[in-house]
Design a protein around this ligand. Structure first.
Ligand SMILES: [Zn+2]
Length: 292
């Protein structure tokens, strides 16, 4: 019996299972069984191990709640939520069979002290999750801040000295627009985006422009007429018409073929900025037309 008291939470699942097997082989020594035998004889080993394995897969909090529900089912106590006076008696069952406490501990893979703590917890709080007592103190394996900073500095220095810098990029600058790598856009790509008549002029525009946002605005006339632009914006907000989304997408393809961006979130962010420039352009055309 003292054996079970020494079961600690940190035990490996395999050790808990081995201990349960040994317990079943030797028998628990109690005698509430149907023929006066020990309760451990009432169950097949597979049944016990199946339940135990399930419990070992649970998180500590989940298992706590299961034990608390069992305690509630088997404890007669009218004073839950008040300070207890004397220990309430608890008889355990598994699949409607009366079992001893030792058997219960092995069925759920918990230690005697954990059961005792949960009983105390139940008497005050009822079925309610236990919070970890140690929420403010740092874990024992936490490294001092200075160590983490040293590692960070080392890695940063190492990267600066050894990393391969992308063509056109300046080391130490994260911004894509400091100097953007540009790639000549092939005619085949352009052909998929605009009508054949426009391919040559789009090709020339793409060659000439050195800046992503400007490039996008310069390409606008190949996709939209001034009439379309002046009454619209990219998303059809503020009561305007939305610009044709497939044309917009072709423009986007051309811009990012010329000025590629690996990261999709970064690309989405840049596209948003480009759309703002396009909308500026739409407004400018509208006011220019009005002035004329
Ligand atoms: Zn027993």
């Amino acid at each position: 019996m003292a054996d079970t008291e020494s079961i600690v939470r940190e035990e490996t699942p395999n050790a808990v299972i081995e201990r349960a097997k040994k317990f079943l082989r030797e028998g628990c020594g109690c005698s509430p069984g149907s023929k006066g035998g020990p309760c451990s004889r009432e169950f097949r080993e597979e049944t016990v191990l199946f339940n135990l394995n399930n419990c070992l897969e649970l998180t500590s909090g989940e298992l706590d709640l299961i034990i608390l529900a069992n305690i509630q089912a088997f404890t007669r106590n009218d004073y839950v939520g008040t300070k207890r006076n004397g220990t309430s008696r608890c008889t355990y069952q598994f699949q409607s069979v009366l079992i001893c406490k030792e058997m219960f501990l092995h069925l759920y893979g918990i230690s005697y002290s954990r059961l005792r703590r949960l009983k105390e917890h139940y008497e005050t709080h009822g079925i309610y999750p236990r919070t970890h007592g140690n929420t403010k103190r740092l874990p024992s394996n936490t490294l001092p801040q200075s160590t983490t900073e040293n590692v960070h500095n080392f890695l940063t220095n190492y990267v600066e000295e050894n990393a391969f810098v992308l063509p056109g990029r300046i080391p130490g600058f994260k911004s894509e627009d400091v100097k953007v790598p540009e790639i000549p856009v092939g005619e085949d790509v352009i052909r998929t985006c605009v009508t054949p008549r426009k391919v040559q002029s789009v090709y020339a525009t793409l060659q000439k422009e050195k800046e992503r946002h400007r490039c996008a605005v310069k390409l606008l006339p190949y996709f939209f007429s001034d009439e379309e632009l002046k009454g619209s914006n990219t998303d059809g907000t503020h009561g305007k018409h939305p610009l044709d989304s497939s044309k917009l997408n072709s423009l986007r393809v051309l811009v990012f073929s010329k000025f590629p961006v690996e990261c999709t979130t970064e690309r989405d962010k840049l596209w948003k900025q480009i759309k703002a420039k396009i909308n500026d352009r739409c407004r400018a055309i509208k006011y220019a037309k009005r002035a004329n």
